[in-house]
Design a binder for this molecule. Structure first.
Ligand code: KIV
Ligand code: ZN
Length: 513
């Protein structure tokens, strides 16, 4: 059995299914390049058949990534598989990941198919996919809740038809570690041709056990691929977190005896990029990538760490990329230095005019903030004012007045397409007043379901505030992110960014549909 553990990242597909986490093509491309720098083995770039937008994202990633295998999800039908193959055509290495549900509940209630029909469809899907791509992964959706005899038959057929990876999803996060590990082992032992495929685990975190279940699938079950996402992003309680699984296998190599090809120094930059792009904030006590993951507050711990680091630290902060948080540019930096830093961060702006707009914003920020960090630059290029022609709503100016004992008041100027709007409103605070002013003109009717502010870099009050706004409207949930040293301005930007997402009505087919 191979002693390499394959890391399959699905941030851009399963992670993006998290309500509000949808990303633009440029954002996905930027994250894909960071995943390549992280040296993940497989990047699941999307679900090509779900929408034209997803198709274009998979294609763009397939054209740009050279070192990782690029994968597209596809339901078990010819159209989906054909679309996946077409989107993956430019890839240096590609994989088609096809799936169909196999649990009694999903087959009867969702698919309305008999087990025999599902078995046959799985056979035909893998056969068709293998004709188009040498690397084919098959997943029995809700596999962990499937009837073992039936599942064994379907998987044996998938392998016989040429599936090179067999993935066992715990789609609803129902598993517990020992049972999931022995389930994988049972399948591998009972299926006669099981040694012809790599076995993979795919765990959701509904009971908080996605990482533990995945590791049990590896250790007890003999799986050699883990499917995971940066920061554990994903539907409901999320997926297995990449950084936790990788660092567990690395730190406890004595126990797992496996190698991972990941460049761990890229973990924190990847975590930050995903969090800043999606607006899904990382909790401070999150393992490996949380702001407190390496902070020692108690006197006893601090004393111990100063005397000998390994008294309380099992990993080094630098090894997962915490030291990457460095000052990169300042007020005197020129356009070339700025452009080079964009390149190093894997950020490609489409035109010289976008670089100029980003540089102008950088200069503006450097006037107000002496130290500019990588995170500031990422926030800056995510800002709509760098890509004005692509956004419908854009903030032009904001002023607000707040004084003890007075009701705060805000005036906002913003563009909606070609039209300039001026609005003003009172509110409970300056943020409330600003958002009410915008809403008084846009009349989106959307419900604000989340508002959060974070310091982008260190805890210092000089840091830029990063605001996430989540809006819900007509069954859709979107996140908007805005950054600025002034948190009222950041809030208005975040609100307009969420309105932009509501405005671009991208319809797509659900992966679990
Ligand atoms: O959770 C799941 O079952 C999935 C499959 C589509 C692989 O994401
Ligand atoms: Zn999933």
């Amino acid at each position: 059995m191979s002693d390499k553990l394959i890391i399959f990242d699905t941030t851009l597909r399963d992670g993006e299914q998290s309500p509000g986490a949808s990303m633009t093509r440029d954002e996905k491309l930027r994250i894909a390049r960071q995943l390549e720098r992280l040296r993940v083995d497989v990047i699941e770039a999307g679900f090509a058949a779900s929408s034209n937008g997803d198709f274009e994202c998979v294609k763009a990633i397939a054209s740009s990534i050279r070192d990782s295998t690029v994968c597209s999800l596809a339901r078990a039908n010819d159209r989906d598989i054909g679309r996946a193959a077409e989107a993956l055509r430019p890839a240096a290495r590609s994989r088609i990941h096809t799936f169909i549900a196999t649990s009694p509940l999903h087959m009867e209630k969702k698919l309305r198919m008999t087990p025999e029909q599902v078995h046959e469809q799985a056979r035909l899907a893998v056969r068709f996919a293998r004709n188009l791509c040498a690397d084919v992964e098959f997943s029995p959706e809700d596999g962990y809740r499937s009837e073992p005899d039936f599942l064994c038959r379907v998987l044996e057929t998938a392998i016989a038809e040429g599936a090179t990876t067999i993935n066992i999803p715990d789609t609803v996060g129902y598993a517990v570690p020992e049972l999931y590990g022995s389930f994988i082992r049972m399948l591998r032992e009972r299926i006669p041709n099981s040694d012809k495929a790599v076995w993979s685990v795919h765990c959701h975190n509904d009971l908080g056990m996605a990482v533990a279940n995945s590791l049990a699938g590896v250790k007890l079950g003999g799986a050699r691929q883990v499917e995971c996402t940066i920061n554990g992003l994903g539907e409901r309680a999320g997926n297995c977190s990449l950084e936790e699984v990788v660092m567990a296998v690395r730190t406890r190599r004595d126990y797992f005896g496996l190698d991972v090809g990941i460049d761990t120094s890229q973990i924190v930059p990847a975590s930050r990029m995903v969090s800043q792009t999606t607006g899904f904030v990382v909790q401070p006590n999150k393992a490996v990538v949380g702001a407190n993951a390496f902070a020692h507050a108690s006197g006893i711990h601090q004393d111990g760490v100063l005397k000998a680091r390994d008294t309380y630290e099992i990993m080094r902060a630098e090894d997962v990329g915490w030291s990457a948080n460095k000052i990169v540019l300042g007020k005197l930096s020129g356009r070339n230095a700025f452009k080079q830093r964009l390149q190093e961060l894997g950020i490609e702006l489409d035109s010289e005019s976008e670089v100029n707009a980003a540089f102008a914003r950088f200069k503006d920020l450097a006037d107000r903030k002496s130290e500019i960090f990588d995170e500031d630059i990422i926030a800056l290029v995510s800002d709509e004012s760098v890509t004005p022609d692509r956004e419908h709503y854009r903030l032009l100016a904001l002023s607000q007045r707040s004084e003890t004992g007075e009701r705060p008041h805000a005036r906002v100027a913003f563009a909606a397409g070609e039209v300039e709007h001026h609005a003003e409103a009172d509110g409970n605070g300056p943020v409330d007043a600003s958002l009410k002013a915008i809403e008084s003109r846009v009349a989106s009717g959307a419900e604000l379901v989340l508002y959060s502010v974070n310091a982008i870099t260190s805890g210092s009050t000089e840091s830029q505030g990063e605001v996430t706004v989540r809006l819900q409207h007509g069954g859709r949930v979107v996140n908007g992110v805005g950054a600025d040293p002034d948190i009222v301005v950041a809030s208005a930007k975040a609100y307009l960014s969420a309105l932009n997402k509501l405005h671009s009505k991208v319809e797509r087919v659900a992966a679990q549909g």
